[in-house]
Design a protein around this ligand. Structure first.
Ligand code: PLP
Length: 442
């Protein structure tokens, strides 16, 4: 099919994530990529400002990941990993992940996506409390502006109202609290968690879930005291702490996993995206020794009846292993830290622009929040999309958090999270393109 036929067929047949035809009249048809650069069907090149969907951490064009997949497929593309069966890539990847993750973690369950990882974590925390003889602990507290995916329970944990509007009602037992968001909320924010636990009743709360740095919700890093306080509050009220590291894992913030910045260890970690640098779908949940024991020491009548066909998929796990080889060989986590420092420093130069309210981030995650009025911080709405259009014309593709007014305002926020292999020159170019694009629209 030529490009025109592809596009007509797309409009006729394909339903896209977040679909709306008004936003899909001239979609970019991506055909290839190399490093931090994407190419479209017309031969145009773009800097990949968001590692596509915060996931192509090792960059595009890694033929060795294709080879790892092909080699595994030739031997054994797939086999059941249901209890009683297993395969070498799944075993080796589980062992390898536990080596780079928090030291209190001891078990891994594999999924194939971020939302499925969070759904699994919500079931594991229910399971854990039932195994402890506390079946009343089922509620999950999450955060306003947090993004945890959009399957039913994950959507209910997601704290961005536009994802709920047409899919009400949300699952019962999900409550949201304000996050640590220094630009808009004073204080560290951890007190809001404790208030919610007390309001709901500690005997009913199973878990608190948070992204170490809010990603799709507008790149919002916490104050340094926030997660240590969260850990202490969770411990005191017997609430499990789930770290959603689906974006922040695998070097994105300059560490393997981001809570490491604040010396905090969660009870569960959900991951996806960077584990394979997006070459194949893979995700999972890592659990602490205590949670792991609840599963492996259960009587038959209380066995862990959770499953998915593709849990432990050998080909996806083989690609995960090859991806970790690249990380180690090229020291991509360290590289993420170095390029992250460059990104944070360069991005600050956008602060003086008229509609820029806040510039924030950690490592290779950066958010540029737009405001209608710098003094009142009134959110700028419906300008982010125009800026994305200008940026795209200048050779940069990225995404925005669409802003909102109301009780929890946030301006349209331009997000940047390039691949860990991005060069200094490419970072500088991204910031220059954004400077021109913001100026053109402002
Ligand atoms: C922090 C976080 N959690 C969960 C998800 C959901 O992952 P998926 O889209 O693979 O279901 C995402 C996706 O962007 C995410 O950023």
């Amino acid at each position: 099919m030529d490009t025109r036929t592809l596009l007509t067929t797309d409009l006729a047949a394909l339903i896209h994530p977040l679909h709306h035809p008004a936003d899909h009249q001239a979609p970019v048809v991506f055909v290839s990529g190399q490093g931090a650069v994407l190419r479209d069907a017309d031969g145009h090149e773009y800097l990949d400002g968001l590692s596509s969907l915060w996931n192509v951490n090792a960059g595009h064009g890694r033929t060795e990941l294709a080879e790892a997949a092909a080699a595994q497929m030739r031997n054994l593309a797939f086999a059941s990993a249901y209890t009683g069966y297993t395969n070498p890539p799944a075993i080796r990847l589980a062992e390898r992940l536990l080596r780079v993750a928090y030291p209190n973690l001891s078990g891994v369950y594999f999924t194939t996506a971020g939302a499925e990882s969070n759904e699994t974590a919500f079931k594991i925390v229910r399971y854990f409390w039932r195994r402890q003889g506390r079946p009343g602990k089922t509620k999950v507290i999450s955060r306003i502006h947090g993004y945890h995916g959009v399957t039913m329970a994950a959507m209910s944990a997601t704290g961005i109202p536009s994802f709920h509007t047409m899919f009400q009602p949300v699952v019962p037992g999900f409550t949201h609290v304000v996050p640590s968001y220094p630009y808009r909320y004073p204080g560290s924010g951890a007190a809001a968690l404790e208030e919610a636990i007390m309001r709901e009743g500690p005997d009913t709360v199973a878990a608190f879930i948070a992204e170490p740095v809010i990603g799709a919700g507008g790149v919002i890093p916490p104050t340094p005291d926030y997660f240590p306080a969260v850990r202490e509050i969770c411990d005191r009220h017997h609430v499990l702490f789930i770290a959603d590291e689906i974006i922040t894992g695998f070097g994105r913030t300059g560490r393997w996993f981001a809570l490491d910045h604040w010396g905090v260890q969660p009870d569960l970690v959900t991951f996806a995206k960077g584990v394979t640098s997006a070459y194949l779908p893979l995700g999972g949940v890592m659990v602490s020794r205590r949670v792991h024991e609840a599963i492996v020491q259960a009587p038959m009548s209380e066995r862990f009846m959770h499953a998915a066909t593709y849990s432990g998929h050998p080909t996806c796990c083989a690609v995960g292993l090859a991806n970790l080889d690249i990380f180690e060989r090229e020291q991509l986590v360290e590289r993420g830290a170095a390029m992250g420092a460059r990104l944070q420093q360069k991005a600050q130069s956008l602060r003086p622009l008229p509609i820029v309210g806040d510039v924030r981030g950690l490592g290779l995650m950066c958010g540029i929040e737009l405001v209608a009025d710098k003094a009142t911080k009134a959110p700028a709405l419906q300008v982010g999309g125009k800026i994305l259009g200008e940026a795209r014309r200048r050779g940069l593709i990225t995404r925005i958090r669409t802003g909102q007014a109301g009780a929890h305002p946030i301006g349209d926020t331009i997000c940047l999270a390039p691949p860990l292999v991005v060069s200094e020159a490419q970072i500088d170019r991204m910031i220059e393109i954004l400077r021109e694009s913001i100026t053109a629209v402002a």
